[in-house]
Every structure is written in C-alpha cells, then in structure tokens.
Ligand binder design. Sequence first.
Ligand SMILES: Cc1cc2ncn([C@H]3O[C@H](COP(=O)(O)O)[C@@H](O)[C@H]3O)c2cc1C
Ligand SMILES: O=C(O)c1cccnc1
Length: 379
Amino acid sequence: MGDRSSMESVEESESNRRGGESVDPDLPAVPPVDGAAERAALERQPTLTKPPGSLGRLEDLAVAIAGLVGAPRPELAEATVVVAAGDHGVVDRGVSAYPQAATRAMLENFLEGGAAINAIAGAVDAETLVVDAGIAGNPVPGALDVRIDRGTDDASSAPAMSRRDAVAAIDAGLRIASEELADADVVALGEMGIGNTTIAAAITAALTEASPGEATGHGTGIDDGELDHKVAVVEEMLETSALDANEQAANEQDASARVDDAIDVLAGVGGFEVGVLAGVAIGCAADRTPVVVDGAISGAAALLADALEPDVRPFLLPSHAGVEPACAIQLDALGLEPLFAYDLRLGEGTGACLALPIYRSACATLRGMATFEDIGLAE
Ligand SMILES: Cc1cc2ncn([C@H]3O[C@H](COP(=O)(O)O)[C@@H](O)[C@H]3O)c2cc1C
Ligand SMILES: O=C(O)c1cccnc1
C-alpha cells in the first residue's frame, strides 16, 4: 500500500481503462454468527438486575453483537471510522452543489482535525483513518494512499472504471481491513467525494427494485430542477453500463455470476471510495468485526458488499435513517432497522459514529451488570 505500488496501479489502470477482461476479487470467507455465544448472551439477559426486556432494543443489540464477535460478553473498545475518498467524473454533468475541489480540501481538513467527523469521532472515542482511494492530482499527504486512479470517468457516457480497477478498489479495502483495522473491535464506514450521492443512487437503483427517481436525492443541496437533471443522469449511467436489476436478481443464486454482476455495477457507475468501503466491510466481517453503516454512500457500499458476499450481511449494523432517499431503500433491502433519525445528510461516517455509544452501551450492560443472584435476589 506504499507509494510505489499505488503509482504502479495508477499507470497500469491508464492502459486498462476500458478493459473488459474478467477479473475477480480474492474474497475471504466470512464466518457464520457464533450461535453458542449468542445463546449464552440471550440466557444471561434475564439474569441481569432489571425487569426482563426493560432495556428494549439494547438487549437485542447486545445479543446480536455477542454472536457476531463470538463472545458472550462482548466489548467494543477500539472503534475506527474509515473515511475513504474518491473523485467522480460525473461531477462534470452538474449533479452536485459543490465543485470537485471540495473533495481534496475536505481530505486536508480531515487530516487537520477540522471536519464534523473529527469532532464526532473525538466525542465518541473513535480513531479516524483517512483514505485516498483516487482523487484528482497528487496523493493527499498524510492520507493512507490506496489510489486506484485520479478519479473515475463520467459514468453517464462511459463506464466509470475498468473491471480491473473495480477489483483493485475492493482488494484495497480488504487490505485495509487486514492491515489497518486488525485491532479494531468495531468499524464505521465513512466517505468523502463530491458527486457520490449520484453514484450511491445509481448503485441503489442497480441493486434493488428502486427506480432512479426513487433513489436520487438533493445531496449537498441542489434545487428541485437540478434534481430532475440528476435523476436523468442516473438513468443515463445505468443505460451506459446496461445495468439491469432484474438480470442481477436472476443471477442471485449463482455465486460467480453474482460477483461478476456486482463488479459490473461498481465498474459501471463508480466510485473508488465505494469499492474500497465494500472491501473494508467484507474484510472486517471475515475477521468478526461488526461494521456500522452510515448514510447513502456507505449504504451503497454495504449493498455492494452484500451482493459480492451475502454472508457479510449479519455483520452490517445500522445507524441512522438518513435524509437522502437512497438510505431508506438500502436499509430496507439489507433488512436493517435504523437506530435513530437525526435528519443527517452529511456522510463522512458521522451518523455511524453517533451510533457507537449505543452499541457500546448495549455491550456494557450485558457485560457489566450484576445478576439477581449477585445481589441476593434470585429465587
Ligand atoms: C464541505 C463538504 C463537506 C462534506 N462532507 C461530506 N460531504 C458529502 O457530500 C458529498 C456528496 O454530495 P453530492 O453528491 O451532492 O456532491 C460527499 O462528499 C459526501 O461525503 C460533504 C460535502 C461538502 C460540500
Ligand atoms: O446520506 C449521506 O451520507 C449523504 C447525504 C448527502 C450528502 N452526502 C452524504
């Protein structure tokens, strides 16, 4: 992941821009939920010093996490939010309220500690890992450099990237999980990339039954006229790469066709940060590390991870109900119920970090509370 290998991959990708060859990511096996740990946690809940069920959904969350991490009394001590960034050629189509340069400026801001995610991650005691997955210009000094290229092509007129680059993005995420996140007990997905609510809408429409009109929202704050144009651009993106949710559904049972379809979606519409986050999610799940989903873009990465490797699904934890319409569609498709709705429409991993104290509190009750026997109240 050092400078040399990343520059090689940039050069290589120039010659592979429209490469149609079939390459597959090297996906690790994701273990099943640990039924014994889950059962032990479930049996412990009614022994704790509270009326049964009185901690409501916190009790269910704690039991689920016990099964995920494989420990009857789990602790989510070390948390990291991965903020992956990429630039998107489709920004040339006027789909965002902000210029592409805001992506680099915000990456520098993350590294200086001045962004919303720095404030919230600091408040909830989470590490921040800033990842340059491919933005215009030189690598951002101080960011983890896994650059696939210097931004994607305009996906409304050509595939966003080659299949080879799509696989490289997923592989980079898998490497981040195994090399940078090995000590994390829980990982939050965050991102930065002007134009990426357009990418998220296209991925959501490609991987669910939702139409582009249903999946596309105002992002950073475009007006209603601009939203109509953004929906038309998302439709063009799907047509350009001939992405068809019905065909994908038909291929669902065949693992290699399913992986091929998911790579087609990522290569067709982008973006590098989404592919990296999908790889992070799969790599973390393989290591029994729960992954907290944030808003529309990390939700698109979660959909992609689920399409690539369905065993990842139990490890995807919800956070908030985002304002961007893709969020509700993604959560529904993944069978996730949001923990709270705070009218967030920022991304960066902010909503996912806000959920961490809830997950940690759930574990703390299961782990730390006294039992009725301890206080001499057992029958
Ligand atoms: C200053 C600033 C900080 C941000 N932090 C996250 N986003 C969010 O907004 C962008 C997606 O919205 P759209 O698709 O409309 O461009 C992404 O960068 C996302 O992370 C930001 C956007 C801006 C302008
Ligand atoms: O839901 C999100 O994550 C989101 C919404 C608007 C802009 N950027 C991100």
